[in-house]
Design a protein around this ligand. Structure first.
Ligand code: SF4
Length: 329
């Protein structure tokens, strides 16, 4: 942990106890987040990105979910084990979250203005006039035209893009130092997507804010990320700067993901894909969970789960092909 680390997730395990069995959605996640950086969590659907983000603020349903092991250290406090009262003081104020679907995250019976003002007042006594003025400034920062008018609108009166930007405004209402954005551009069209990405880039540049950006879209990682953590089977399997991850990935799964990117320089009409399916979190394969799909699988991969280890600088990989001394075995 370095001096500029604002959040450290250590061996985090969040399991869901269902009738069909124990769903090990997050199964030993490790990463750090630094001040002012954007860390992208990437991987296929179902690899544990969103549950990891929800676990940071313990926002998953419990039961059936439970953090069974691990720590989430923020300013010396373990968010995984602190009291719910202490956690409520952190949620929204220190660490805020933007969800995938603004439609279901916003309350349909209150105006956007009331919802932002309520969020501001939840963490401090501010006069209504000051809270409304701040809400207006936030909507303006989100490039919403006529913000005074937008404050009086109900969610159903807004377009999808406006709702998403209003939700980002709400998440910024208490000036958090960490923003978790979970696929914030999934439900919007390409022009709104570009606007939202531009807003997030401005937030990173203008506020001393750290961002955890969750996506399965590697083109967005290139646009906004400083570092990327690649998830597979409820774990981080590779971490590095975005530049290195995209240009020279090391883990066989990351290499497979890069090969799946569309390439306009070829005539091929078919996109390559990684053979096989993501593992069933109720019945994970023994050893490395990627071994049934891995082109480089070895004997040891069937029985021994590789640990995430640093191989050079900030580059860490969980794969038996690499050793702690760096380089391929
Ligand atoms: Fe492939 Fe083995 Fe590395 Fe897993 S540990 S990614 S199976 S080579």
């Amino acid at each position: 942990m370095t001096a500029d680390t604002v959040l450290e997730v250590k061996n985090l395990k969040t399991w869901f106890y269902t009738r069909r069995g124990i769903v090990k959605a997050v199964n030993g996640v490790d990463f750090t987040l630094r001040r002012g950086e954007c860390l992208c969590l990437v991987g296929e659907s179902g690899c544990g990105k969103t549950v990891t983000a929800l676990s940071i603020l313990r926002l998953f349903d419990s039961p059936p979910g439970r953090i069974v092991e691990g720590e989430v250290i923020y300013k010396g406090l373990d968010l995984a084990s602190c009291t719910i009262q202490r956690l409520r003081q952190i949620r929204g104020k220190d660490i805020a979250m933007v969800f995938q679907n603004a439609q279901s995250a916003l309350n349909p019976v209150f105006t956007i203005g009331d919802q932002i003002v309520e969020q501001i007042n939840a963490h401090g006594q501010v006069s209504r006039a000051d809270a409304v003025a701040k809400a207006c400034r936030l909507l303006e920062e989100m490039k919403i035209s006529q913000p005074e008018r937008a404050l009086k609108m109900y969610p159903h009166q807004m377009s999808g893009g406006m709702k998403q930007r209003a939700m980002i405004a709400m998440s910024l209402s208490c000036d958090p130092c960490i923003l978790i954005a979970d696929e914030p551009t999934t439900a919007v069209d390409v022009t709104i997507r570009a606007q939202i990405m531009h807003i997030l880039q401005e937030l990173k540049a203008n506020r001393d804010m750290s961002i955890i950006f969750i996506t399965h879209d590697l083109s967005l990682v290139r646009e906004i990320g400083d570092r990327a953590a690649v998830f597979y089977g409820g774990k981080v399997v590779e971490v590095d700067t975005v530049e290195h991850i995209l240009e020279s990935p090391a883990h066989p799964y990351t290499i497979g993901l890069m090969r799946c990117l569309p390439d306009i320089s070829t005539d091929s009409k078919r996109l390559p894909s990684i053979p096989g399916n993501t593992p069933n979190p109720i019945d994970m394969p023994a050893g490395c969970s990627f071994h049934p799909r891995c082109q480089e699988v070895m004997e040891v991969c069937h029985s021994k789960d590789p640990a995430l280890m640093n191989i050079a600088g900030v580059h860490a990989v969980a794969c038996h092909l690499f050793s702690a001394a760096g380089g391929k075995n």
